[in-house]
Design a protein around this ligand. Sequence first.
Ligand code: ADP
Ligand code: MG
Length: 293
Amino acid sequence: MSVPATHDVPQGTRAPDSARLLSIADLEFAYPDGLVAVRGLDLDLQPGEVVSVVGPSGCGKSTLLSVLSGMKAAKAGRVDWNESLLADTVAERGGERRKPRRRRLSLVFQRDTVLPWKTVEDNVALGLNYVSITKEEREERITSLLRLAKMEDFRGAYPKQLSGGMRRRVALLTGVAPLPHLVLLDEPFAALDEPTRVAVHADLLEIVYRLGLAVILVTHDIAEALTLSDRVVILTNRPARVAKIVETGFGRDRDIRALRETPAFQRMYGETWHELWKQAEIKPADRPTDRGR
Ligand code: ADP
Ligand code: MG
């Protein structure tokens, strides 16, 4: 295992623009009541990169994902997608806009979003509603996704017949089914017990590595963040910006069970924990002063 490097906020030094999937610059978001949840946030992401985001409770992590997904509009700053990498998502023919072949992004939440009245197969198929794909491709896609998550035998099962870990897998598969360039995960495993969570981690990595998807994972679990990521981004208290980035350097052949016992993991855990506490102890700016720059 290579010796991982850690450093403070190396923004803009990692990859040329052309190699990035997403560049976030000086992002700011405020709620209508004036509360500034994000300010001065810079981050870039490369195709296929897995980045975790940790930060004090209420610092603006979920808000950040909402802004990235387009559900909320930024007040200032930029979120630039690399359109040349996304070319296959905007298929147009004869002036007629058609469904894209891949989605730009998918969002998977903490809460159980699996529809109880639909089978596993039909839940996963929901992820394919907005992409252009033939019936045969759809069948093949679902089969290979269920195989990746070791759920072939549950294709016709209903959610109530599944364990919590399996329902989370179904939610993940629904999210990744349209082969999004980016998957945004908001504390997706928070409700699972530790052994179940580690088992789902293994499947998540298998799925995202195999499909080559970039991931931004919001989590409050430092071990989860380190286990799964190429980089762990620690945010400041509200308004959120990047306080520190830990590059794990664990590589793609990481053994996620053995990893936690390694000195490198433990050192990075301590470093992340230290920074997180430091940030949590800094009081969020009071609402009135939140408003000015
Ligand atoms: P996190 O996910 O990091 O715990 P959030 O992004 O959910 O935090 O929230 C960031 C801040 O924005 C918190 O102080 C929260 O209370 C506030 N907030 C969240 N949603 C709203 C809203 N709809 N209106 C006003 N403030 C909000
Ligand atoms: Mg949140």
